[in-house]
Design a protein. Structure first.
Lengths: 861, 111
């Protein structure tokens, strides 16, 4: 354009000069020159028309223009960026979770060839694990797998006491088979894995360190290799250090922390321990899981048939990835759906904002069009605005997602597999940017397509404030708001049902008093060897514990709730059972006082006492379920069971209340308690204290009181039983928090969207309202009219949302606990909340409208 | 304002500009206008203002190359030269002009 002006000036000057030379007066010459030049034609308007693709220049120009115009309208820009940012942040965080839990392959070599092989797919750990002898036979016979390895599933958390340099420390170690790391395809960062010698029965003691322990305790010194550590008073040689990427806990035992790996020998001695192995196999290349499943099932059947001396073996094969991510799969998809709905609401909201802005820019559009801006160019400009805003949103969103993923990965107390590996990786970043782009286009599109039409048409038709909004545009905006309300509705139903489920879970009568019980590990150390010494040691511990001020009861157990769940077959005397048909029960070996300390009621009979010792008659306490199972409609007290813990006959002396020790969501099943002084098959000892003193306060006192008796006592191991409960409900809590947060955000956005729409339409109709009021409409009429408009929108959204919510509720049935998918309470509450919010969103503009002064409204032109 | 009879026929302006530049080499807009008028012995009158949009369009289409330069009287002006694409276009336009003229003449002779 500048070129053209200069050229034109040059032309006129030249022509004038020539005419002057031919005898014209200067003024006449200039006039004639201008006349001959004619009307300046506009610059060819066909440029952008003929080139629909945006040139870079033009894009840069549009971006600069957008930034200029946004600076003039900072409140709008900040608000839009924040909304987009929150949406993108939430979506990217959830994407990272999905990525870590489901999409990203497990951090092992060729993870799709790895399979998980539980003995059975249900029941306690004892039912899911397999006997060593079966595992050895399976290894020898399998044709579909190149290797079968595993770990000892009854590892105890905090089983290993590290002494020597510095304070005694309780560490958690997992005993693994010789080839476990080879099966997974993981190599130590330093050193080697266990050799054949070390995996012999009572072979040389060796240990592999986790990266975290190595850094924390040994300052990442590779010199620790081949040095000796004292674990449980025995020297162990450090043969290797695992790499930081290898996180056993997050894959196999989420919510825990493992410091050590120890060799587990596959020998007759360990086979005698019964079902102990969690097995992992590596398929030969190209072998489908189904083929391995068929083969393992056949081998297992035959082994069970031929070896009547062994436990039964069913043999389930499934992809390891399913085992790891499978439990959270529904929940993760629900979250994904939820966040997608939130993102759509964000888009609808921003779209609406931009539409309103476009409408108030009609004059600008008209001028630009008159000056020759093409339709394409206006569309491009509006799209650019959308993309620039979304770009700002991406910056905010990536920041939020970074914090979000960091926060999630540090949720050590949440037992969700792979959660600790959630991070903002390049995939997630790419996702965020792509999402921002898409968002920008999506919410920029509606205004963009309307812009040119608005520019010419509507400016002429209804730019005067008195006219009501163009019908088509109003329809579009209303649709967007209805969509927002619908999605918010669906999210509220989902969140509502899950919150109700969560409350029901917390309300479940778990059968013991978690709030007032605390626990600490008190395993006897190596000095204490004989049964007599052990009994004396436990007596000392209990006596010292009961003497602590504020402690009302104390007992010892080898199986805390929500932890170990070993089962044994239990046979009532005088009954015959077919093989594998005997009922099994969860076994807990406890001291006297345990029931009082945990707050488990004794329904009948008596508690164990110190007098139930190796010299007296073997006794047991059963829970109500087991009593009912073994002796239906009979008095259980005085009945006998056979072959328990090395005793031929065990007499029932009491009946305890059922407790939920697997998760609060699952009934306990059969439970059997045996006294510590009679059953020695104990691999850990937890002292349980009952006290009204807060556990933080109690911890120090307990440590001081017990140190003389338990030198290895570690102060940091003192925890409330409530913590164990919290951890077991942590995945549900996690889901509820996220979904609740999304629903709240969605509700906020939907109410804001409604408010903005109504408010805008009130502004547009000021004149109309003024006329109505001048003609005698009362403030109340005006308010009611506007409120009705709002509530109609909300009602449509509510109707659609209820239908959507109903469908969603059926989809998430598996996640609900003690709540039906059609739970009337949830639906009614959701509808009430939504209508209330909509009413407020409509009332505020309505009140403003009703205060319109008819005269000033009419004069406002 | 009634159009003058000798206004340049729609579409022939490009032909004239291309021919002019092909013959004369590097010219500014004013010189192009003057040349057309002179060469047609003032039979063809170009509405001078309409030359410039045409020049811009032809530059955009790649038929002409434009650059700022200085005239003999040391004034700044935009100079145009014809490009290879422009020469090709010129051949086409001349051919189509010849067809148009032949067609028009035949109609006229019959009448």
């Amino acid at each position: 354009v500048k070129d053209l002006d200069r050229e034109r000036q040059f032309h006129l000057d030249e022509r004038a000069a020539e005419l002057e030379a031919a005898g014209y007066s200067p003024e006449a010459a200039r006039a004639e020159a201008a006349r001959r030049f004619g009307t300046p034609a506009p610059i060819p308007p066909r440029g952008p028309e003929r080139r629909p693709t945006m040139s870079l220049d033009q894009f840069v120009q549009d971006v600069r223009f957008t930034l200029r115009s946004l600076r003039r309208n900072a409140a709008f820009a900040v608000f839009a960026t924040l909304i987009a940012g929150l949406g993108i942040g939430a979506t990217t965080t959830v994407f990272s979770v999905v990525n870590a839990l489901i999409l990203r392959p497990l951090p092992f070599a060729e993870p799709d060839r790895l399979v998980w092989m539980p003995n059975r797919d249900t029941g306690g750990l004892s039912a899911q694990t397999t006997q060593v002898a079966h595992m050895l036979d399976l290894r020898a016979r399998t044709q579909t797998m190149s290797a079968v390895g595993g770990y000892f599933a009854f590892y105890g958390v905090g089983d290993q006491v590290l002494t020597g340099s510095g304070d005694a420390e309780r560490l958690s170690g997992v005993p693994v088979t010789d080839n476990f790391f080879d099966v997974l395809g993981v190599r130590p960062a330093y050193g080697r894995t266990f050799n054949a010698d070390e995996t012999r029965w009572q072979g040389p003691r060796a240990v592999l360190l986790s990266d975290a322990l190595w850094r924390r305790r040994f300052a990442a010194d590779p010199g620790i290799l081949n040095r000796t550590l004292t674990l449980n008073d025995e020297p162990h040689v450090v043969v290797g250090i695992m790499p930081a990427e290898f996180d056993f806990a997050t894959v196999f035992a989420p919510g825990n922390r493992f410091d050590l790996f120890l060799p587990f020998p596959l020998v007759p001695e360990t086979s005698r321990w019964g079902n102990t192995m969690s097995m992992v196999g590596r398929l030969k290349p190209g072998v489908p899981v189904g083929a391995a499943q068929a083969e393992v099932r056949a081998i297992a059947d035959e082994l069970t048939r031929t070896h009547t001396d062994r436990n039964s073996f069913v043999g389930v094969v499934k992809p390891l990835a399913d085992q790891v991510g499978g439990r959270m799969r529904t929940a993760v998809w629900v979250l994904t759906g939820a966040v997608a709905a939130v993102m759509l609401i964000v888009c609808a909201n921003l779209s609406n904002l931009l539409l309103a802005r476009t409408a108030s820019r009609q004059r600008e559009m008209a001028i630009r069009m008159a000056m020759g801006a093409g339709r394409q160019r206006l569309v491009a400009q509006m799209l650019t605005e959308g993309i620039v805003l979304a770009g700002g949103g991406a910056v905010v969103g990536i920041g939020l997602a970074y914090l979000g993923t960091l926060g999630l990965a540090q949720q050590n107390a949440v037992s969700i597999a792979m959660l600790s590996s959630v991070r903002l990786d390049p995939t997630a970043l790419g996702f965020a940017l792509g999402l921002a782009m898409l968002t920008g286009i999506l919410f920029g599109l509606a205004p963009a397509l309307q812009a040119p039409a608005l520019a010419l048409h509507n400016t002429l038709k209804d730019s005067s404030r008195g006219a009501t909004e163009g019908r088509e545009r109003r329809w579009l905006r209303s649709t967007l708001v209805v969509a927002e309300i619908t999605f918010a509705c669906v999210l509220l139903v989902g969140a509502g049902l899950l919150i109700r489920s969560f409350m029901r879970v917390l309300d479940v009568s778990i059968g013991f008093d978690a709030a007032r019980a605390s626990t600490i590990r008190v395993d006897p150390d190596a000095r204490i060897a004989t049964p007599e010494q052990t009994d004396a040691y436990y007596n000392d511990v209990l006596t010292a514990a009961r003497a602590i001020p504020g402690v009302q009861a104390a007992g010892i157990t080898d199986a805390l709730p929500f932890g170990r769940n070993r089962t044994w077959g239990v046979r009532a005397q005088g009954q015959t059972y077919e093989r594998g048909q005997a009922p099994s029960a969860y076994i807990k070996v406890v001291s006297d006082g345990f029931f009082g300390a945990m707050g488990i009621p004794l329904v009948a009979g008596r508690d164990f006492s110190r007098l139930d010792a190796s010299t007296t008659e073997p006794v047991a306490i059963v829970n109500q379920t087991l009593a009912q199972r073994l002796w239906p409609d009979q008095t259980p007290i005085g009945q006998a069971m056979v072959n328990l813990c090395g005793q031929k006959v065990t007499r029932v002396i009491g009946v305890a209340g059922d407790m939920r020790h697997l998760t609060p969501e699952q009934p306990s099943g059969n439970e059997l308690y045996l006294p510590m002084r009679q059953c020695r098959q104990v691999s850990s000892a937890d002292l349980v204290l009952r006290s009204d003193v807060p556990s933080a306060q109690l911890a120090a006192t307990v440590r001081v009181a017990l140190r003389p008796i338990v030198p290895t006592i570690a102060g940091n191991e003192f925890r409330g039983v409530q913590q164990l409960l919290d951890r077991s409900v942590s995945p549900r809590r996690f889901l509820v928090w996220l979904l609740g947060g999304f629903a709240a955000f969605a509700l906020l956005l939907a109410s804001f969207g409604t408010y903005a729409l109504i408010s805008y339409s009130v502004n547009q109709r000021t004149r109309e309202i003024g006329i109505r009021m001048a003609l005698g409409a009362s403030a109340r009429d005006v308010q009611l009219g506007i409120l009705r408009q709002t509530l109609i929108l909300a009602a449509i959204g509510l109707a659609l949302g209820t239908a959507g919510g109903w469908a969603l509720a059926r989809g998430i049935r598996g996640l609900l606990f003690d709540v039906t998918p059609g739970d009337p309470g949830t639906f009614v509450a959701m509808a009430a909340v939504l209508m209330a919010v909509a009413a407020i969103a409509g009332y505020l503009p309505a009140r403003r409208a009703s205060r319109t002064d008819p005269l000033s409204a009419l004069r406002a032109e | 304002m009634p159009r003058q009879k000798n206004d340049i026929l729609q579409g022939t302006l490009a032909l004239l500009v291309l021919r002019t530049l092909a013959d004369e080499g590097r010219l500014h807009g004013y010189a192009i206008t003057s040349h057309i008028q002179r060469a047609s012995a003032d039979l063809l009158r170009v509405e001078e203002g309409s030359v410039y949009p045409a020049l811009h369009r032809m530059t955009e289409d790649g038929w002409l190359r434009a650059e700022w330069g200085v005239t003999e009287r040391s004034r700044e002006a935009r100079f145009y030269t014809i490009t290879a694409a422009g020469r090709k276009q010129l051949i086409e336009e001349e051919a189509s002009w010849a067809r148009l003229r032949a067609g028009v003449q035949r109609v006229l002779r019959r009448a």
